[in-house]
Ligand binder design. Structure first.
Ligand code: SF4
Length: 489
């Protein structure tokens, strides 16, 4: 399926998830719903399976079922695109939908971290989950772990290769993490204490229980240094595929565990507790008080404070090439979603006011124009547009012009995507393709003689279709992008 898009603010779409549930009036005419009905009947079985079961006919029309299909086979798509692109993430779903597991979201972020040549445009109406997940100090560790897992999966060769195990005559280990003897494949078991996979071999008439990971690496890699440990790159100790294993020192192994958030220092703490300790120290709480509260030594509090343990997952966070945005169709949802967006860690923050269903006043502090709150996070980009498709609601021209003017004044990039199905029509007409739209969003239907343009808040809009309506506002297009991260080269 093509990844190209006609969306004026994006170069490509990437859909590792299909399916959603409506949450607010902007979802009323959600275009992926009819599209999913068409695609589930696609002759290509892979396409049909991706869209299977996500929509159903209800009494009020076609709607989502609430099922969300995760498509891990699409995760690596952006890694194969060499040319830098602006990539719209999940144009047919909401990444932060409640049915999408945290681990899958971490994988999507891992791919974005592994493809710094692209700028990824994430857009959500689930502002609360987006904020809590991206602000959780454990999440960057999950992303780092997922990055290693994605790389291991890419390097894993589906062709299984067997090699003899040095010093253990008659035995072989495979690149898929299996061991066999002269009589065939050997059964393995999990050591309950270490959680590692073991196998029992016979050597010089004696049974010997050995770890599978060491046998695999010994057979396939001659780099075994005395005292070297086996590192599981993706953090899964039971994943003994050759691509997941490498020799390393104890401190390298320890660093990997810190990166994955599975171990931060000599004592077990969660990343959230470590953040709490650092924040409490900044407020002046004593090291001893914190040591008592968390049941750890005072010297460990000191190490945490200095960053010598729990130093983070060594990935830039927030990811510099990921733009995080929320949809705002009217003032009510702008008031709810924008403050949540501003509390979300992000390199670039943006809103999509499309379909715009009412006027939106952007507060000075949201636009970075409040002189007393200049250091606080603010919006970097505003996209606006009218609705298209069957049942599209007309947009009052003043709404998009006001948004543009607010952005211009504050120096925030503004992008006018489209008029949608309706365009302004200065001439008065009683044709039923013309509707009077009030400034408050009320659609008064077809104008009638003696009532219309004399109403100061009324605008005649004509239904001409998205293509004819175009995307010019006051005689020109508005195609601005957030400057600081124009596509990475
Ligand atoms: S959040 Fe987006 S994909 Fe989901 S129902 Fe609403 S418009 Fe459709």
């Amino acid at each position: 399926m093509s990844d190209k898009t006609g969306i004026s603010w994006s170069d490509a779409t990437w859909n590792p998830i299909i399916g959603c549930t409506k949450v607010s009036p902007g979802c009323d005419h959600c275009y992926p719903i009819p599209l999913s009905r068409i695609r589930e009947k696609n002759p290509n079985p892979k396409v049909a399976a991706a869209f299977a079961g996500v929509v159903e006919q209800t009494e009020s029309g076609l709607d989502w079922t609430g099922r969300v299909n995760l498509l891990p086979e699409r995760l690596d798509q952006p890694l194969r695109w060499r040319k830098p692109r602006r990539v719209f993430v999940n144009s047919l779903a909401d990444l932060f939908h409640e049915a999408v597991p945290d681990q899958f979201i971490a994988k999507v972020f891992a791919v974005m971290a592994l493809a710094p040549q692209h700028s990824f445009q994430v857009l959500s109406k689930r502002h609360a989950r987006m904020r809590s997940l991206l602000a959780n100090p454990e999440f960057p560790h999950a992303v780092a772990r997922a990055m290693d897992a994605v790389q291991v999966d890419l390097e894993h060769d589906p062709a299984e290769l067997w090699k003899p195990i040095p010093g253990l005559e008659g035995y072989e280990a495979s690149s898929h993490g299996r061991v066999r003897g002269e009589t065939g494949l050997l059964a393995t078991c999990i050591n309950p204490r270490s959680g590692r996979e073991t196998v029992t071999l016979w050597n010089r008439g004696e049974p010997k229980t050995l770890t599978v990971h060491r046998l695999v690496l010994t057979a396939h890699s001659a780099d075994d240094q005395p005292g070297a440990e086996v590192c599981h790159r993706n953090g899964d100790k039971r994943d003994n595929r050759l691509a997941n294993l490498r020799w390393g020192t104890r401190s390298e192994n320890q660093r990997e565990k810190v990166r994955h958030g599975s171990r931060g220092g000599p004592q077990k703490l969660t990343p959230a507790e470590v953040e709490e300790i650092r924040a409490a120290r900044r407020t002046g709480l004593t090291q001893q008080a914190l040591a008592d509260r968390f049941g750890i030594s005072r010297s460990l509090v000191s190490l945490i404070e200095s960053g010598r343990v729990w130093s983070g997952p060594d990935i830039p966070w927030p990811l510099p090439n990921v733009w995080i945005g929320v949809s705002c169709e009217n003032q009510q949802w702008a008031d709810i979603r924008i403050p949540a967006l501003l509390e979300t860690p992000a390199a670039v923050r943006w809103i999509s006011a499309e379909p715009l269903l009412g006027p939106i006043i952007l507060r000075d502090d949201w636009l970075g124009a409040d002189p007393y709150r200049r250091d606080e996070p603010s919006l970097n980009w505003v996209v606006a547009g009218g609705e298209s498709g069957p049942g599209a609601r007309p947009m009052h021209p003043k709404w998009v012009k006001d948004l543009r003017d607010q952005c211009q004044q504050a120096g925030v990039a503004y992008h006018f995507k489209q008029w949608g199905e309706w365009r302004p029509q200065p001439r008065y007409s009683t044709d039923d393709r013309h509707h009077l739209v009030m400034l408050n969003g009320m659609d008064r239907g077809t104008p009638w003689p003696g009532w219309g343009l004399d109403q100061p808040e009324a605008e005649v809009m004509e239904r001409v279709g998205k293509k004819r309506a175009g995307r010019e506002l006051d005689g020109r297009t508005w195609d601005e992008f957030p400057q600081e991260v124009a596509v990475h080269g």
